[in-house]
Design a protein. Sequence first.
Length: 227
Amino acid sequence: MEFLAPLHCSASRREVIDKPIPTRPRRFFCRVRAFAGRLAMTDSVSSVYDPIQRALHWIVGLLFLTAIVVALVDDLPGDRAVHIQIVNFHKSLGLTVLALGIVRLAYRFVKAPPDYPASFDRRARLAASTSHWLLYALIVIVPVTGGLATLLLGRPLPWFGLSIPSPLAADEALGKLIGKTHKLLAYPVYIAVVAHIGATFWHEFVKKDGSLARMLPRRAKVASAAE
């Protein structure tokens, strides 16, 4: 079940004359959507994801998992200097995940994902859609809370060797509160990630409905050619 319809860009000459000229953001999204349509010429949009969707999925997913592992490693006892490096690496990954997560979410507005396999009944579609949107929310909210906590504590935000100064007035109490919220959000993250991976393996190896093939480049081409 999709809650967001793709952006409609088509308009007749009469509509263009009678209505105001589209804004620049609208023209930009229309051009991106046209580009996505050209990419989809090699794929079946009804069954597989296009190359941009697949790339964003795997890049964001791997970075998100890496950030989780780094956070778990940081909880282990060790040297303070090493701890600081691990924390900075975790924050750098989080900032990257946030940026790419927003790009991925924006692209979903432009190019709708393919429909679920025919083997998905109503409950399976609802469960898949709910889990996807939960992951989208966590991919944005978790890095935002982590970044805000750092900035409100008056510290710069690190990004792979660079240092982004805080534009916010320091508020230690609020920073600590948001920092605790960031740590508590780790638990729904663990549940959502395990559920997503578990469901993927279930459909691939138990149901054998080919749902994973839609997100794998070579297998996606095979699935598209088979239609």
